[in-house]
Structure formats: structure tokens, C-alpha cells
Design a protein around this ligand. Structure first.
Ligand code: DHB
Length: 391
């Protein structure tokens, strides 16, 4: 097989890049190890920056995000049992959209199918070759078990946090930066009405909780837990009382409960690979960097990579000049480190490690108060949450 751009990984990042390239007449193939159903059922965050929504809408994939997404003009920071609403519209003139990121995948996969895109699910990449030449290649086994080889100009690793592509880059001239967290998230989906108009990020003496949503009738919530927590040890009653005690306060705020139909423990870390390219291989999204979930930057950051790489590829094919491609890593990494800082900051400010130093727990409350009681502080959070301008 021969194509211009070979994309390893058919999650939202790989498919968005494939879609944009195809719209500009740049031929590409997407090879994805998992099947469509598995990716659709992999629950991820639910917040899209305006920039991500714009990418979907302007490229013709915005139908459902516009009809089924909910525009949110702020969040609620809750600590010491009190709510502190942040109004992003008033603070920075921006909003975000609540729309499940696995539905973004569904929309993009449907668009590629509609447009006759070459997207192969259940197909495992087994080797990358000749990355340092102008004709990189890769080999994969397709859904029927046939071994195929693809020759291309450019290879893109969009294969997620356990990236195979990333691991094919030689040890020299690269650096990994990472930190682990002593906690994880217990995530649930429940059939229940909304408990609040917008999302609540709560710091409590019992740990962090996030009250998110999916629709009028389905809610998404998380609470900080031990990374080794077993979901089977958690009955519905136990989950609801744990969530409730983390949002308890003198205002009597009460969660609206209902049947819990999905429970998962999500482990996370902060990770960055530098540089995000090697020869003709370019890493986008989680393949190059992962953030902890607080603040929902993962997919938004992946889409920002896509935008930078797409512009570089478009210029490369229009002019045969690879200057923008050579600048991809540095340009993408600037935003990556902003998002790393924001995600780390939100995580550390809102969570309480078990056996936390009491000083550190009080310090985090001081930090939350500093942010919530100052317009500048609120604006700092709002600007980061809604997403920095694409430059
Ligand atoms: C969701 C997840 C997040 O990590 C976040 O910061 C906000 C919302 C969600 O799944 O809805």
C-alpha cells in the first residue's frame, strides 16, 4: 500500500487529522488496533474547549456537538463546604461545551466513513521502518489477519498513552518527563437528573469530587480514590454517600441520585516526551503527552496538536518546504507545558492525598481562596480552562 500520511491510531486525534488532511486532498490511511465498539465505550472526559468545537463545526462534523452538546459558561469551585461560581463568559468572554469525548470519536469515524476515508479498525501495527528517511514505512496485521506494508511520506503516532510508535524512537536525543500521583478517580455514570446547572469541582476533607453531567437524564461523577480501589467493593449506597459527604456544606446542597450503570477506577499520571518527532515520525495527543484528568485537557490538547501538525503538513504538501514540520515539536510543546502546568495545578489544589501533611491540605485551601476571591485569580483559571488562543 502507498499513501502520503500514515496515521497509527484511530482515536479522536488520529481521525481528526485524517479528516482535515482528506478535506485538503492529502491522502492518508488510519490504522487502529481496537474496534469501533471498544473505543465508543471507552468513557473519557466531557468538556470541549471552544477551539475544539470550532474544529469540528468548521470541518463539517459539528452536527451532533451543536445539537446534543451543552454550552457551559462556568464552573463551581466548592471548598470549605461553600460554592464559588466562576463565570467564564464574564471573566474571559469564553465558554466550554459539555459533550462526551467518546461521542467526538463516533462523529469523526462516521465522517471518515461518509467521505470514503481509509480507516482500518482491529488492525495492529507491528513495525515502523525507515523513520529517518523520506520514505518511512509501517507494517500491520489487518482484521482478517493479513500482513500489510504501507509506504508513506510521513508517519503520525496517534496511538494513545501506551503508544507503540513512541517506543520505536531510539533512546538517543529524547527525554521523558513524568510524575505519578498517589490517588486515582472513581468514575460513575448514573441515570439521574442534573444536581447542578454546571460542573462542580469540590475539595473536601474526604478528598476531591467532580460533579459532571452527560445529559438531562445521565450524570457523570468522580471521586478521588486509592489507585488500587476495587469497584466491586462499592455498592450504589456507598458511592452516593461518599460523593455526598464530599459536597456537604451549610447550604444543604444535595446530590440527585439514581441507578449507577458504570463504575471505573481511572489511574493517571503526567507525562511528556521531548521532542514530539523523530525524522519523519510525528507524535500527537496522548502518544506524546498525557495529563491528569482534572480540567479535561487531554482531548483538547490532542486537537491543538492536530491543528499545528495539520498546518505544517498542508504547507509541506503545498510548497515542499518542511520548515513548519521541523517546527512542529517546539510549537506543540509550548501549549503542552501550559496544559501540564494547569492540569497539575488543578489536581494538586483540589485533591487531598491520604495521610496528607495537614499544612499542605490547609495550604491548598489558601490557594483555592486566593483564586476564588480575586477577579485576577478567577481569570487565570478561566483562561486556562477555556483554552489559550491557538498561535
Ligand atoms: C469531565 C471530566 C473531567 O476530567 C473534567 O475536568 C470535567 C468533566 C467529564 O467526564 O465530564
Amino acid at each position: 500500500l502507498k499513501t502520503k500520511v500514515g496515521i497509527v491510531g484511530g482515536g479522536p486525534a488520529g481521525l481528526m487529522l485524517s479528516h482535515l488532511l482528506a478535506k485538503n486532498g492529502i491522502e492518508n490511511i488510519v490504522v487502529e488496533a481496537r474496534d469501533h465498539e471498544t473505543i465508543h465505550n471507552t468513557h473519557r472526559a466531557g468538556i470541549l474547549e471552544a477551539q475544539a468545537v470550532k474544529m469540528l463545526v468548521e470541518s463539517g462534523v459539528g452536527g451532533r456537538v451543536l445539537s446534543d452538546g451543552y454550552e457551559h459558561s462556568g464552573i463551581d469551585l466548592r471548598f470549605n463546604g461553600e460554592s464559588h461560581p466562576l463565570d467564564f463568559t464574564g471573566l474571559v468572554g469564553a465558554t466550554v461545551t459539555l459533550y462526551a469525548q467518546n461521542e467526538v470519536f463516533v462523529d469523526l469515524a462516521a465522517a471518515r466513513k461518509r467521505d470514503g476515508g481509509d480507516v482500518r479498525f482491529s488492525s495492529e501495527v507491528t513495525a515502523l521502518m525507515d523513520l529517518e528517511t523520506e520514505t518511512p514505512k509501517f507494517r500491520f496485521t489487518d482484521a482478517a489477519g493479513t500482513e500489510l506494508e504501507v509506504h508513506c511520506d510521513i508517519l503520525v503516532g496517534a496511538d494513545g498513552s501506551r503508544s507503540f510508535c513512541r517506543r520505536q524512537i531510539p533512546d538517543t536525543n529524547r527525554q521523558d518527563f513524568k510524575i505519578e500521583y498517589p490517588f486515582a478517580w472513581f468514575g460513575i455514570l448514573a441515570k439521574a437528573p442534573k444536581s447542578a446547572r454546571e460542573l462542580i469541582y469540590a475539595n473536601s476533607p474526604h478528598g476531591f469530587a467532580l460533579i459532571s453531567q452527560r445529559s438531562e437524564t445521565v450524570q457523570r461523577m468522580y471521586f478521588q480514590c486509592d489507585p488500587n480501589e476495587n469497584v466491586d467493593d462499592w455498592s450504589e449506597d456507598r458511592i452516593w454517600s461518599e460523593l455526598q459527604r464530599r459536597v456537604d456544606g451549610p447550604d444543604g446542597f444535595t446530590l440527585k441520585t439514581g441507578n449507577i450503570f458504570d463504575k471505573t477506577v481511572l489511574k493517571f499520571r503526567s507525562f511528556v516526551r521531548e521532542p514530539l518527532s523523530h525524522g519523519r515520525l510525528f507524535l500527537i495527543g496522548d502518544a506524546g503527552h498525557t495529563v491528569p484528568p482534572t480540567g479535561a485537557k487531554g482531548l483538547n490538547l490532542a486537537f491543538a496538536d492536530v491543528l499545528v501538525l495539520f498546518e505544517a503538513l498542508d504547507s509541506f504538501y503545498a510548497t515542499k518546504n518542511d520548515a513548519l514540520l521541523r517546527g512542529y515539536s517546539d510549537k506543540a510543546l509550548r501549549r503542552v507545558w501550559k496544559a501540564q502546568n494547569f492540569s497539575y495545578w488543578m489536581t494538586s489544589m483540589l485533591h487531598t492525598p491520604v495521610n496528607a501533611d495537614p499544612f499542605m491540605a490547609r495550604r491548598a485551601l489558601g490557594e483555592l481562596d486566593t483564586v476564588a476571591s480575586s477577579r485576577y485569580g478567577q481569570q487565570y483559571l478561566a483562561e486556562s480552562y477555556t483554552g489559550w488562543p491557538h498561535s
